[in-house]
Design a protein around this ligand. Structure first.
Ligand SMILES: Cc1ncc(COP(=O)(O)O)c(C=O)c1O
Length: 344
């Protein structure tokens, strides 16, 4: 079979034999009854990793974010967030549909909104206006090329939210990448947030699942909402076993994905007609093409014909994501092919 390097997303990984064995051997029970020992173990383990009172295993990152927002808002509240955030662009307006909240997007700088920028958008107590209830931040930031949200700015946002009686939600779908890239601990990041979602099905390489962290009352409400949204799972220990395996075996190795992405970014920066849009900090590489190279759709198509799968970021950018199933020599192959396709 000819070689395929799938760089469309870090969600494309497939469980290897050891993870499959862990899944097969998992002890299970009915998790809606609270009876699944493997889910319970995962939730305890992540609560301790995060330094939160509790955690809740959920089917997806979208559901994790939406449960967190549902647990900390009332219909009619407002959530302030970055205009390029996943919650604003890629969750099918779920916050409005499921929680009845309004999103107030601000123009961040490569995904980073600052406390100073947010402050004037916090609404006064006024009969005409929604209640500014939540500030949502994304770390790492998907559309900003895996950018790490600076810890200092997260701390300033935490202080602003406290002063204003607001909550902070952290979309940490790829928080593990931020932790490995910076050495900042989960606990330090989580100390800036009331609720957090982290995905196992991205760089951590599990097939399914995300986890929400927060205090016991927030997680109690999120658990009930999970049932209401249709996300109550039964013998979910099969999936939790994969998540536990991922924490044990795939966390530290995220550094390899970052090295591969950095190398890929360097290659792209050196190819005439391709421009990196964001400096590479973790596992996502986003670039643009000079007009003479043609449309991004055609470019991605030509790469596909040569065995390299990439995706689009917005309408005019190409996105490549490194992960567990991309090896260092795959990057050599991608580098050669990119240079050939760009000069064709
Ligand atoms: C930053 C961010 N948040 C949330 C999600 C949603 O995760 P899921 O696809 O599991 O719903 C994604 C998915 O790519 C993401 O990148």
């Amino acid at each position: 079979m000819s070689r395929i390097v799938d760089l469309r997303s870090d969600t494309v990984t497939r469980p290897g034999p050891d993870m499959r064995r862990a899944i097969a051997e998992a002890a299970v029970g009915d998790d809606v009854f609270g009876d699944d020992p493997t889910v319970n173990l995962l939730e305890e383990r992540v609560a301790s990793l995060f330094g939160t009172e509790a955690a809740l295993f959920v089917p997806s990152g979208t559901m994790g974010n939406q449960l967190a927002l549902a647990a900390i808002t009332q219909p009619g509240d407002e959530v302030i967030l970055d205009r390029q955030s996943h919650i604003f662009n890629h969750q099918v307006a779920a916050a409005s549909v499921l929680s009845g909240v309004q999103l107030n997007p601000l123009d961040g700088d490569s995904g980073v909104i600052t406390a100073e920028q947010i402050a004037p958008h916090i609404r006064p107590d006024n009969v005409h206006q929604p209640v500014s209830k939540v500030i949502a931040i994304e770390n790492t930031h998907n559309r900003a090329g895996g950018r790490v949200f600076p810890l200092d700015e997260m701390r300033r946002i935490r202080r602003l939210a406290d002063a204003q009686g607001m909550k902070v939600h952290l979309d940490g779908a790829r928080l593990a990448n931020a932790v490995v890239a910076t050495g900042v601990s989960f606990v330090e990041y989580l100390s800036c947030a009331d609720t957090t979602n982290m995905c196992f099905s991205k760089g951590l390489g599990a097939p399914v699942g995300s986890i929400v962290g927060g205090n016991s009352e927030v997680i109690r409400r999120a658990r009930k909402k999970r049932k209401q949204f249709g996300g109550g799972m039964r013998q979910a220990g099969l999936l939790a076993a994969a998540a536990l395996f991922a924490l044990d075996h795939h966390l530290e190795r995220l550094g390899e994905d970052h090295e591969n992405a950095t190398r890929l970014g360097d290659v792209i920066a050196g190819i005439d007609g391709l421009q990196l849009v964001f400096p590479v900090q973790t596992n996502i590489v986003i670039f643009e093409l000079d007009e003479r190279i043609g449309s991004v759709e055609t470019f991605v198509d030509r790469l596909k014909q040569r065995g390299i799968l990439a995706s689009l970021s917005g309408r005019a950018r190409v996105r490549m994501v490194t992960h567990l199933d991309v090896k260092s020599d795959d990057i050599d192959f991608v580098a050669e092919t990119l240079a050939r396709v760009a000069s064709a």
